[in-house]
Write a protein of this length. Structure first.
Length: 391
């Protein structure tokens, strides 16, 4: 981590010959609660030790100068002339500037170098880390006095309106609100949230990256949203108070099963049961019952595979193998699906065997090596003390 920050800071000094402000903006995991966010349900994310690091300084000429250290690529624009870039990556940053401007705040210009160790396209929310990290940094540097929720909404709207991706709010919110050794239960309808302990030193969260890119994810994600909305529309005929699947319990769904197509029924059943799993999982954490918590992770994956149908062969191989390894308490696919990572809860004493057996199974089935990311739960976006880095 120290080397990553130093690389970003060193590049900044090389380019701009100034003292930067430094900011750390983490990636995120979601322990349970998948595809529930856009159904106004519950999720259980945490901010992690992989992060994007920013070095920034103010300008007074209306210019924004960006340097993506990992891509060795630069981009500059004027605050008053923000347009989408064909390069792609600048849009996550320009979108934040655009949203702050729309709120009536004046940005006089700035220099920015960023880089980090969040894997791209693995479902760890590198885009939210870039957006929320820059929003936080500009708020601090220019003393806008925006509150945390305002920063979250700026980051989300940057992706919705400038980048053009209709993401929910979970990724940006946990980036700002994350706490060390805590997971956050988020109510995606009200944005009310509550922290739960995740503090067992004898357990390790490990992400297994399939290295499969999620070509199907965007189109199937949109289709699942439409299918859930169709279910709500059909069920609302029997209860006008139903606004989303959040308002439906499993008994009500089963009572009206004949009014739904088999596919719509399966989609609704998964979402309703996943919401119940999130709430029950929070109680498991309160009791420090990580064994039962892990069983809910396995159940979540089964629902995503069989009822929501967003898994793929690579993800299923990994979860199936994890169920057979001693010391693995739970595993499931994480994210939109059709690739990306599984998240695994593993006893520390079993880690070496876990890595060996999982890689062997994946190589035998898919003829490629598996990537592992052991993960710690750390705090959300924050400033970095320059003196501590140089010490």
């Amino acid at each position: 981590m120290q080397a990553l920050i130093q690389n970003v800071e060193q590049k900044f000094r090389e380019l701009f010959n100034e003292e930067p402000m430094l900011v750390r903006s983490p990636g995120r995991i979601n322990l349970i609660g998948e595809h529930t966010d856009y159904n106004e349900g519950f999720v259980l994310p945490a901010s992690i030790d992989r992060a994007i690091y920013f070095a920034l300084s103010p300008r007074n000429d209306g210019q924004c100068r960006f340097f993506a250290n990992d891509l060795n690529d630069e981009y500059q624009c004027r605050v008053d002339e923000l347009t989408k870039s064909g390069k792609g990556w600048p849009n996550y940053l320009c979108g934040v500037v655009d949203q702050i401007k729309k709120l009536g705040y004046a940005i006089p210009g700035f220099n920015c170098v960023f880089g980090g160790n969040i894997p791209i396209a693995s479902g760890l929310s590198s885009s939210a880390a870039i957006e929320a990290g820059l929003a936080y940094a500009l708020n601090n540097m220019f003393h806008f006095h925006l509150n945390e929720l305002s920063l979250v909404k700026i980051a989300q709207k940057a992706e919705n309106e400038f980048v053009g991706v209709q993401c929910g709010i979970m990724d940006q919110l946990i980036n700002i609100y994350g706490r060390e050794r805590k997971v956050l239960k988020l109510d995606c309808r009200t944005l009310e949230h509550e922290y739960y302990p995740f503090e067992r030193d004898d357990l390790q969260l490990v992400l297994c990256d399939t290295r499969v890119h999620r070509e199907l994810a965007a189109s199937e994600y949109n289709l699942r949203r439409l299918q859930c909305e169709a279910g709500v529309e059909a069920l609302r005929k029997y209860d006008v108070n139903i606004r989303s699947l959040r308002d439906v319990n499993i008994d009500f769904l089963k009572a009206h099963q004949k009014e739904l197509s088999p596919v719509i029924y399966k989609r609704c059943k998964y979402v309703i049961e996943e919401n119940e799993r999130v709430l029950a999982a929070c109680q498991d954490l309160q009791r420090e019952d990580y064994g039962t918590f892990g069983q809910r992770m396995f159940a979540s994956h089964a629902g995503l595979r069989d009822e929501y149908e967003v898994s793929c062969a690579e993800l299923d191989v990994l979860v199936e193998k994890a169920t057979k390894i001693d010391g693995v308490l739970g595993a499931r696919m994480m994210g939109a699906g059709f690739g990306g990572c599984t998240i695994n809860l593993v006893q520390q004493a079993a880690l070496d065997n876990f890595y060996r057996e999982m890689n062997r199974a994946y190589k035998d089935s898919m003829q490629r090596d598996l990537l592992f990311y052991p993960t710690q739960i750390e705090a959300g976006t924050s400033k970095i003390n320059v003196q501590l880095i140089e010490a």
